[in-house]
Design a protein around this ligand. Structure first.
Ligand code: BGP
Length: 480
């Protein structure tokens, strides 16, 4: 048997794409609420366009998400039926602290998640909780400038202390920041950053990153103080960069890209800034605002496990060597890999790259890995019998689960679990579309917000159920 017997099979979601109920239960407004669907989304999530309020000209998909807020019992029952061992959700910070800087939490928000966690346990599902998934109170952006401001560390501390205290015994697995490296690529989503004209954007991003890294270590410390059973993970958007060719200049370009991502985990898992980053920041004249005690805090409070998302590998080349075109892929830019096929959204598909990425991470940190996002975003259509036969999704998952099995069985990698992205269809983070679906469960809603929000099972529902039942031994699928 390759998968450990307590392997955590499940699925993953995020409040801003899933939960909705944006103005209910005393909730405040968050950065992700005001991110619209459409062509302005990208300049907004990258911090190039300032857009901190709703307006009449845009449609805002996060307001309703797919209404987990009202339908959590139905959803959790469906996941229970599939045999889920774990379910990853994130906390909407604004449900707990509507503005972010209050001293007392909002009881209605705390109660909501308590109900959700209890419902999961009723179905034998262990919660996996992301504390911040592209999510922060808009007030903290308007008043403090987001994570560029050190004060936000104190507000985050207040949030995590509240969560760890209230959910002691209900939640064991935590992730401090979703895809922390996304701060470099989508800084408004990742850290509430909006850039002023002429400012050194890279410097602002690294200052904000330092604050998040300090906050993450602080959360780890508090989590253990409150309950030593707590397990804390860091989380990156992973995907190994390959060199475009064996030209050492391309190999070096790929190494630099990889280090750019691993930087965050190096700090969170090894407990200190790696030398390559210190040197690079120094050359660029970027000063990290270390305060007294930061170094010790980072060193003494490293994470228990390494979690990550994996959708694709990437390709890098030295600027003089670039051949071919860029391809889409989880907000990062990458050169197109001619050896790979791609999804309808141009994300390239590379199951062996998944095994390569797991090996890189495990060799580097030697801590258990937790795959907390993986999956295929695709358009789904009902056939004449009213079914969705999503063999393309099953095929993607089969190949990736097989790669994970190889990593465990043949490479000896320790793995805690695997949660597919968007187990129930939800809003896409990069495009704001509903048409880009990942789920085993279809949700009746379109890109413009029409639809009943009703849930229905896709073919992959029964397939994943069997995968879980056999602990990953039976991945077979009868096509059609
Ligand atoms: C990751 C995010 C998720 C998610 C996923 C798929 O970056 O952590 O929030 O949405 O990617 O991306 P998309 O929704 O753009 O297809």
């Amino acid at each position: 048997m390759s998968f450990p017997k307590d392997f955590l099979w499940g699925g993953a979601t995020a409040a801003n794409q899933y939960e909705g109920g944006y103005n209910e239960g005393g909730r405040g407004l968050a950065n992700v609420d005001v991110v619209p669907h459409g062509e302005d989304r990208y300049p907004i999530i990258t911090g190039q366009m300032k857009h901190l309020d709703f307006d009449e000209d845009h449609y805002y998909p996060a307001k309703v998400g797919v209404d987990f807020y009202h339908r959590y019992k139905e959803d959790i029952a469906l996941l229970g039926e599939m045999g889920f061992k774990t379910f990853r959700i994130s906390i909407a910070w604004t449900r707990i602290f509507p503005n972010g800087d209050e001293s007392e939490p909002n009881e209605e928000g705390l109660q909501f998640y308590e109900d959700v966690f209890k419902e999961m346990h009723k179905h034998g599902i262990e919660p996996l909780v992301t504390i911040t998934h592209f999510d922060m109170p808009i007030h903290l952006i308007k008043e403090y400038g987001g994570w560029r401001n050190r004060k936000v560390v104190d507000f985050y501390e207040n949030l995590v202390r509240t969560l760890f205290t209230r959910y002691k015994g209900l939640v064991k697995y935590w992730i401090t920041f979703n895809e922390i490296n996304m701060i470099l690529h989508a800084p408004f989503m990742g850290a509430g950053l909006v850039f002023e004209e002429g400012e050194n954007e890279e410097e602002v991003k690294y200052i904000a990153a330092h604050h998040e890294l300090v906050a993450s270590a602080l959360a780890t410390k508090i989590a253990k103080e409150i309950d030593p059973e707590n397990q804390i993970g860091c989380m990156i958007a992973a995907g190994q960069y390959y060199p475009q060719s064996p030209d050492p200049k391309d190999v070096r370009a790929a190494q630099i890209e990889n280090q750019g991502n691993y930087f965050f985990v190096d700090v969170q898992s090894r407990g200190e800034y790696p030398n390559y980053a210190l040197k690079d920041l120094e050359r660029k004249g970027i000063k990290i605002p270390f305060e007294e005690g930061d170094k010790e805090l980072l060193k003494e409070n490293t994470v228990d496990y390494i979690s990550f998302s994996y959708y694709s590998s990437r390709v890098a080349a030295h600027p003089d060597n670039i051949e071919g075109e860029l391809t889409a892929g989880n907000i990062f830019e990458s050169l197109k890999n001619p050896y790979l096929k791609e999804s309808e959204w141009g994300w390239q598909i590379d199951p062996l790259g998944f095994r390569i990425t797991m090996n890189e991470l495990y060799d580097r940190y030697q801590k258990p890995l937790f795959v907390v996002e993986n999956g295929l975003g695709a358009k789904d259509e009902f056939n004449e019998n009213g079914e969705i036969i999503d063999d393309y999704r099953i095929e993607y998952l089969q190949e990736h689960i097989q790669a994970m099995k190889d990593a465990i069985e043949l490479d000896g990698i320790e793995m805690l679990g695997y949660t597919t992205w968007g187990a129930i269809d939800l809003v896409s983070a990069s495009t704001g579309e509903m048409a880009k679906r990942y789920g085993f469960v279809y949700v009746d809603r379109d890109n413009e917000g029409n639809g009943t929000l009703d849930r229905s099972k896709k073919k992959s529902f029964d397939w994943y159920k069997k995968v879980i039942e056999t602990n990953g031994e039976d991945l077979s699928n009868t096509k059609g």
